[in-house]
Design a protein around this ligand. Structure first.
Ligand code: SAM
Length: 191
């Protein structure tokens, strides 16, 4: 048994996967500043962190990647550019091993890759299901905060099941779609 890593390196390929760029656009258009953001799937480009510095948004972003290559790039990037490390922390791990005791409340959570990379390998060490992981993060999103999904994901049918379930259970309410990103507002119902 070993950790289900994502043994690839994802450079920015906007035509194939525009979710991070669309999210950056949304942050900028809505002037989202000084917020706490959890980001599922940094990519090796780490564009969310770079954009945060470039535009001076001063958000505090916690990103996760299951790719050893992508986390190595993050290490190099913050060593060469410590300014990036203030507002952008990336860590290596399996999102299906999140532990809420270690998480703060977030204003915004991205869940772009729900269901893309979860299978029997994760089950072998008792990892969370998609439902458990999404619900855990709903519980770490402040009332009035935003959860963003990605309708262009090859696994969106799984992501859709989870956001619809969160709506049916009263934790989220739909608030439209920005480009490829279905958006939801966190309700006040405790998780
Ligand atoms: C296809 S890449 C997309 C990266 C970026 N969001 C983009 O659109 O350019 C998928 C990302 O999800 C991350 N990922 C996949 N499965 C994961 C898991 N179980 N836990 C944490 N991160 C995971 C990968 O490490 C990678 O950063």
């Amino acid at each position: 048994m070993s950790l289900h890593i994502w043994d690839h390196f994802w450079d920015l390929r906007v035509k194939e996967c525009p979710c991070d760029v669309h999210f950056c656009d949304w942050l900028e258009e809505n002037n989202v500043r000084e917020k706490a953001i959890f980001h599922f799937g940094t990519g090796g480009h780490h564009i969310l962190g770079l954009h945060n510095v470039e535009k001076g948004l001063k958000n505090a972003i916690l990103g996760i990647t299951a790719s050893p290559g992508e986390i190595r790039t993050y290490e190099t990037m913050i060593v060469e550019n410590p300014e990036l490390g203030w507002g952008y922390k990336a860590y290596f791990g399996d999102i299906y091993q999140l532990d809420k005791r270690l998480l703060p409340m977030f204003d915004i959570v991205t869940l772009f890759h729900v269901g893309e990379f979860r299978g029997p390998e994760n089950d072998s060490y008792g990892a969370l299901t998609d439902y458990e992981m999404v619900k855990l993060l709903a519980g770490q999103t402040r009332p009035g905060g935003t959860m963003a999904f990605y309708a262009g994901s090859f696994a969106y049918e799984k992501g859709k099941i989870e956001h619809d379930r969160m709506v049916a259970e009263g934790y989220l309410t739909p608030k439209g779609q920005y480009k490829t990103l279905p958006l939801f507002e966190r309700t006040t119902k405790p998780v």
